[in-house]
Design a protein around this ligand. Sequence first.
Ligand code: NAP
Ligand code: ZN
Length: 351
Amino acid sequence: MSTVAAAYAISAPDGSFEKVTIERRDLGPNDVLIDIKYVGICHSDIHTARNEWKGTSYPCVPGHEIAGLVAAVGSAVTKYQVGDRVGVGCMVGSCGVCAPCLADEEQYCERGTVWTYNNPTDPALQAGGYTMGGYSTAVVVTENFVVSIPEGIGLDVAAPLLCAGVTLYSPLRHWQAGPGKKVAIIGMGGLGHVGVKIAAAMGAEVTVLSQSLRKRDDGLRLGATHYYATGDRQTFKDLRGRFDLILNTVSADLPIDHYLKLLALDGTLVILGLPENPMAVTGRNLAAYRRSLAGSMIGGIAQTQEMLNFCAEHGIGAEIELISADEIDSAYDRVMASDVQYRFVIDTSTM
Ligand code: NAP
Ligand code: ZN
């Protein structure tokens, strides 16, 4: 039997969010029906809702930082039971047989990862023919793309970990952040602030590179050792050649050359933020000190579970501002103004 759910949708790039009802697919044998309790607002939701990446289908229901409780399970589900605390992140499917999928890197599926929203899908699975995300009271997801939220983390502060958390955890693990490593995080927003907590818990020395010193006290409280303003030109002189790893979480265009010069020998700058425009890089800044420029996309399902377990063990959740569903538009405006501490989370009981 299909489920009718309340949701908040936007119908045009310059539109506002409105309450709608959507139908979720019939519960298949491997499906889990989730009663969504909280959903985070990721900057990717804004890029998509406002068609900044092109290709947005409307009406669009964003949301890929989903936390809730299992409400029903299909006949063949083995991992979850009704009442379990669960999460869903950016993906709800992949081919399962290509090399990246077999390596637990479903986000790089060669046949195309199925994203949680705005992804073409069989109209029999979702009316309209594309996926609809978590700004909703319920969702149906195949059990392999559902993760378990450990008891130690509140569902509200866990929700942002499903995207922001794993997007920072994955490159921190891949480039081996830990004791003796100097890690810089550019941008202390939704992604950045979780990255500060996780990198510090891994034992790395963490520096925040923020536009101003406005959020300095918070940065130090969350685990950073140093905090610099990128609006101050002296920062780029003082920090030249300093870092082993720089994670760029900024959603807007940045003069990336300035930041490359902050890398030490063999250091890597990882692009996580995804502004719409291409960026310019000067070869000399990479060749000097054998630097690398890389990118990283969220993390696989197994790593998402590993990240949640790590966060529970270290008492890490996101710093959130809980809002009601009718505040989504104003929350978007505040995110655009870098005025959020540090992730908006929608309380779906207000839908
Ligand atoms: P966010 O909460 O808006 O944080 C971005 C931060 O970037 C802001 O808080 C601000 O930090 C800084 N910033 C914003 N505008 C800037 C500007 N003009 N110049 C310099 N710094 C600026 O966004 P988010 O949710 O963390 O997402 C960040 C980006 O990551 C988005 O582009 C999103 O689409 C992308 N993303 C990528 C992945 C992935 O898998 N790679 C996953 C999720 C999201 P300060 O105030 O501290 O300067
Ligand atoms: Zn996201």
